[in-house]
Write a protein of this length. Structure first.
Length: 408
């Protein structure tokens, strides 16, 4: 090969790599289905807790058209949110810059719960919090009011569930170390990542233990009385979030790392919990790390599709009837004041959508990047693979051009 032909080949490879990769991105963006959809049958406002890893955490309220009505920040992240009967928002949060740090160095991070009143302007009217060693993997992820007026709280920092009286006094506590083998200090490691607790009966609570791929039923005075997914089978649950107890024989779960919403039913013969209804996508877009699913009173399911930065509402057949875009990294959405009624299990067993096969390395890199920066929802692991091939081709072309010039 002559120096001139080598330079031509190199220049051609560089041009082809750039044009091809750009064309792939343009076509992908052009054919991607829309992320927002509104219908006239949704008249309720939707409140969303935005975790956000790149900007400030927010509580966002959307109208029926998916447009933002108001938002409130003043925190590194928000997680569980729920609308109270008086219109205020109960939210679990993590924030930095506190001086009251206990045994930790000041300034430090605090985690806990806030009540935010939207009128006349959004503001904090109540806060209960405590200092934590780090603002990562130490948050209070969930809180709800009990009929007694107590707050039921899931604390990921010390891996516990407890109740709090209105005056701030703890009235009951269950420590995960009573059931699991614990490290010397749970605050120094992301041990179990307890991320949700819901009241499912008198002194009876459903607890999500994310890192164990399990759900526990915990009773006051008894401890753990039932374990969902005893074998830690990741085809049943895989780093799940925000389960909703539908009945004694049905639980709706955001099965996050399996990128699906799944309804587990108790097998009457074996007593084991098994997938009975599952949804992998909405509106032609595969779920990417969904972290909340609520069965609404109308039978639809409200889903927080975190890495796709959207909230979607599905009907019983899995068809998307409403959706809204919510940057960046929404955690949970709530529609109606108070806790939802038990709801009903899906009418029939089935699988809606088949999901997508992820490329081991490239999909992992893309998922990690979404925690740092907001990326287009249609961007997939295979785009990174194509980009990598284009980059290698460009480098080879550049080397041929440089070598051809040196040989002249």
């Amino acid at each position: 090969m002559t120096p001139r032909s080598g330079r031509r080949l190199g220049a051609g490879l560089m041009a082809v790599s750039l044009v091809s990769f750009a064309l792939v991105l343009v076509v992908s963006a052009a054919v991607a289905p829309p992320i927002s959809k509104t219908t006239t049958n949704n008249a309720e406002k939707t409140v969303v807790g935005v975790q956000s890893t790149a900007t400030e955490g927010r509580v966002v309220v959307l109208d029926a058209a998916g447009e933002q009505v108001w938002d409130f920040g003043h925190a590194a992240s928000y997680h569980d949110v729920s609308r109270l009967q008086n219109g205020s928002i109960l939210a679990s949060f993590m924030a930095r810059g506190y001086d009251d740090c206990g045994s930790y160095e000041s300034p430090c991070a605090h985690t806990g719960v806030r009540i935010i009143d939207p009128e006349p302007n959004p503001r904090i009217v109540y806060e209960w919090s405590f200092p934590v060693r780090t603002s990562g993997d130490s948050e209070v992820h969930d809180a709800e009011f009990l009929p007694t007026g107590e707050l039921l709280i899931a604390d990921m920092d010390r891996e516990r569930v407890f109740t709090l009286a209105p005056n701030g006094t703890k009235t009951w506590q269950w420590n995960a170390s009573e059931f699991y083998d614990s490290p010397p200090d749970p605050t120094r490691t992301d041990w179990l990542h307890i991320n949700d607790v819901d009241r499912i009966g008198e002194d009876r609570y459903l607890v999500s233990v994310r890192n164990a791929h399990q759900l526990l039923v915990v009773e006051r005075g008894e401890g753990v009385v039932e374990v969902v997914n005893e074998n830690r089978d990741t085809s049943v649950l895989n780093y799940q979030h925000n389960p909703q107890w539908l009945s004694e024989n049905a639980i709706l779960v955001a099965d996050s790392e399996n990128d699906r919403i799944v309804e587990l039913h108790r097998n009457e013969s074996t007593g084991q919990w098994e997938p009975a209804w599952q949804v992998h996508d909405a509106g032609g877009i595969n779920f990417d790390w969904p972290r909340d699913a609520d069965r609404l009173p109308n039978g639809n399911t409200l889903v927080t599709d975190s890495r796709n930065n959207r909230i979607v509402e599905l009907n019983e057949s899995g068809e998307m009837v409403w959706s809204a875009r919510v940057p960046t990294v929404p955690y949970e959405a709530d529609r109606d004041p108070g806790e939802y009624p038990a709801g009903e299990p899906a009418d029939s067993e089935g699988v809606v959508g088949s999901g997508t096969t992820k490329l081991p390395v490239f999909s992992y890199l893309l998922d990690s990047a979404r925690h740092v920066v907001a990326l287009p929802y249609w961007l997939a692991g295979w785009h990174l693979a194509v980009g990598f091939v284009a980059f290698v081709t460009f480098v080879v072309g550049f080397w041929l051009v440089v070598r051809g010039r040196k040989r002249q």
